[in-house]
Design a protein around this ligand. Structure first.
Ligand SMILES: [Zn+2]
Ligand SMILES: [Zn+2]
Length: 367
């Protein structure tokens, strides 16, 4: 694939090394996948924040999230917008709107400005600081949902659909089991739930992150562990659990429940069926196609480097718009598919959709 080459002119501020994205004059890495001395971390999802680095720098609001996932590490927090100079490179972090503490990394050196986005979402939600467009010459963007078929509904409509599903189940005395990623997606769903419908039970993995969010000043509705709920109330409960809990004894205790899965991938035809759940809710913490376009154009960048996701499609599109575009081959994964057994299938379908996106725009939602 000729588009996935890193055009590495010697003056590039950021290049790909075997350890990860590397700021050459600054001598630090961004979300490296191998252990390094200095790592700037965009957010605490496992493929971006890995263990083993000697020194971590991340957004102040993300410090406790990273610590809760990586244990004792040497980490420093930087307030959004605050500047530090490292080896002559001015570094600042700016909200990415993805999860609590998520940041874009702005690097300025000898008059040139590069921004590495990490993962981002342009629609604001109440669980993290909203995405901030940052002007730059070169923008390194993710492309998880970088295909024209991905266009999200306003999140309030999705929250309403989730509450309607929960209410209908509660009226029939069936628990509602929502499978979703335990960091970020779970808290975003919680923030949209109507707690008057019934108790909200969280799996331990989710509850741990809820505490970090609450400690960080994010409002979430009251949640309980399963042992704290009276048996007769289980039939009205919303249960928030990671996909890895599906089929486990932990989830079987809820008896005859209805289940659902929340992810941007649920927009793909067949995704819900492959997950084997009753409902699929299309809710993503990543930018959709119009969101990517909006974010890229707001940077004013002449050059765009595309990472994890639909690199060839987005690169080609940007080139057609007259921008200088190329790809970086990274080892970032897909947090929407993490813990999801059907990740491979979703990726395959996405590739197929890339070839057929013109005809796939309608009826792609499975739910
Ligand atoms: Zn992420
Ligand atoms: Zn990512």
């Amino acid at each position: 694939m000729s588009t996935i080459t890193s055009a590495s002119a010697s003056s590039d501020l950021v290049v790909v090394r075997k350890e990860g994205l590397y700021c050459v004059p600054g001598q630090f890495y961004i979300d490296p996948w191998r252990p390094v001395e200095r790592a700037v971390i965009t957010h605490a999802h496992g493929d971006h924040a890995r263990g083993g680095h000697q020194h971590y720098l991340t957004a102040e609001t993300g410090v406790n999230v990273v610590k809760s996932r990586l244990g004792p590490i040497h980490i420093e927090g930087l307030a959004y917008g605050e500047r530090v100079v490292h080896n002559g490179v001015t570094i600042s972090l700016h909200p990415a709107g993805h999860v609590l503490g998520s940041a874009q990394v702005r690097m300025e050196y000898q008059g040139r400005v590069w921004v590495a986005s990490g993962d981002y979402k342009v629609e604001a939600d109440s669980t993290c600081a909203p995405f901030e467009p940052v002007r730059c010459d070169t923008f390194i963007t993710e492309s998880t949902f970088g295909l024209p078929i991905y266009q999200w509904q306003p999140q309030q409509e999705v929250y309403d659909d989730i509450n309607d599903w929960w209410r209908a189940n509660a009226e029939q005395g069936r628990a509602s089991v929502m499978q979703c990623y335990s960091f970020g997606k779970a808290q975003r769903i919680l923030s949209g739930l109507d707690p008057d419908i019934g108790p909200i039970i969280c799996h331990g993995a989710v509850q741990t992150l809820n505490q970090v969010y609450r400690d960080g000043g994010v409002w979430l509705p009251p949640t309980v562990m399963v042992g704290e709920v009276e048996k007769q109330d289980i039939g009205r409960a919303m249960v928030i659990a990671p996909p890895s809990a599906a089929g486990s004894p932990w989830v079987k205790r809820f008896g005859d429940f209805s289940d659902a899965f929340a992810s941007g991938w649920m927009q793909l035809r067949g995704a819900r069926r492959r997950r084997g759940v009753d409902r699929g809710f299309v809710l993503s913490d990543h930018a959709d196609w119009p969101g990517l376009m909006q974010a890229i154009s707001a940077t004013g960048a002449e050059r765009v480097i595309v990472t994890h996701g639909s690199i060839p499609v987005l690169v080609r599109w940007l080139q057609q718009q007259g921008l200088q575009a190329s790809g970086f081959d990274t080892e970032y994964g897909d947090d929407e598919a993490d813990e999801v057994k059907a990740a491979g299938a979703a990726a395959d379908t996405a590739a197929t959709a890339a070839n057929a996106h013109a005809t796939e725009t309608e009826g792609a939602a499975d739910a």
